[in-house]
Design a protein around this ligand. Structure first.
Ligand code: UDP
Ligand code: MG
Length: 311
């Protein structure tokens, strides 16, 4: 029989954990009773270096019921690394990752298992409505997915990290050693039979988002630079275009000087292109710097997470 393990990253989630754990256990018990998953199935919480009572809650849950497990990271490493720590260490035939704040509808889990039984190795949870997120979040997310696709990154719109993975695919994921992790971009690269299950995105059950704008932007930049070199090609194209433009401009200036009395007035035509070119150069230095810093991080091959304790 299939052993299912739920992988739930938690960062300062003391407000939602009691409710999340109760609901997940009820669901798991239901699946066990129905004979759909084995009794060894567990719910594994990954404490991503929380500063509140998250870990003591997880420890208490583990003491109260053997179906609860926990992994404590030595410090905060961010959602993607916490998730990876769970995926790389959890045993079982099937792993399902989901957020701790109940935004991912847990009733989609039985439907995911159904798809797995039908032969899918990866089942992606895709939100078909996200009315509960702020307009800003919806707007930026939608356009960001579009941008990623325009850059040639194969990504499933509306899919975040609510997903079922079979043992085979988790082992395949192990072969991706990258430090700059953007899991939802790697998943399509694995291949395997993939299907999707739709669900309605709920509001965060309690507490506030652990993804402030800064973290979100870093994550977004990671997503692009980990999978696409298109921004680098832009620098070449825009540079070539500007160089060509300046050549024409120079030719025109020479012509005007020699054959007409339309003398170039001077200031604006000198200073504006200077600022403009300076800006474009700095912009692309930044883009190139972004790729170099990623290469730097990758060559060091530092561990992506360090486990302090396992329950
Ligand atoms: N999370 C984490 N480490 C972090 C930030 C977030 O493990 O540094 C977890 C968080 O506990 C939650 C999930 O990642 O289970 C998604 O975070 P959140 O709900 O705050 O993000 P949002 O839904 O607002 O994008
Ligand atoms: Mg959330």
């Amino acid at each position: 029989m299939t052993t299912l393990n739920l992988v739930v990253p938690c960062y300062n989630e003391e407000e939602v954990l009691p409710e999340t754990s109760a609901r997940l256990l009820a669901l798991l018990q239901r699946l066990i009773d129905a004979g759909e998953v084995s009794d060894e199935s567990r719910i594994i919480f990954i404490d991503d270096g929380s500063r509140d009572k998250t870990w003591s809650i997880i420890a208490a849950l583990h003491a109260s019921n053997a179906h609860y497990g926990g992994i404590k990271l030595s410090r905060n490493r961010g959602h993607q690394n916490a998730l990876l720590a769970g995926l790389m260490t959890a045993p079982g035939d099937v792993l399902i990752s989901l957020d701790a704040d109940l935004q991912d509808d847990i009733e989609a889990i039985p439907r995911m298992l159904e798809q797995y039984r039908l032969g899918a190795e990866i089942v992606c949870g895709v939100r078909f409505k996200r009315n509960t997120d702020t307009f800003f979040k919806r707007f930026t997310a939608r356009n960001y997915y579009k941008l990623l696709r325009a850059f040639g990154v194969d990504i499933l719109p509306g899919h975040a990290d609510f997903r079922l993975m079979s043992r085979k695919t988790v082992e395949a994921l192990r072969q991706f050693p990258e430090v700059n992790l953007f899991l939802r971009g790697i998943i399509p690269l694995l291949g395997f039979r993939m299907t999707a299950v739709e669900y309605e995105r709920a509001a965060r059950f309690a507490g506030e988002s652990k993804y402030p704008l800064g973290k979100m932007l870093t994550f977004a930049f990671d997503g692009i630079t980990s999978f696409s070199a298109v921004p680098l090609q832009w620098s070449t194209r825009i540079g070539a275009l500007l160089a060509l433009g300046s050549l024409c401009f120079g030719a025109w200036a020479a012509f005007a000087r020699l054959f007409t009395d339309l003398t170039v007035p001077g200031w604006a035509s000198t200073v504006i292109p200077m600022y403009f070119l300076g800006g474009v150069q700095l912009l692309f230095l930044g883009v190139i710097g972004g790729y170099i810093s990623k290469t730097y991080a990758e060559t060091k091959q530092r561990p992506r997470f360090i486990i302090e304790q396992t329950l």
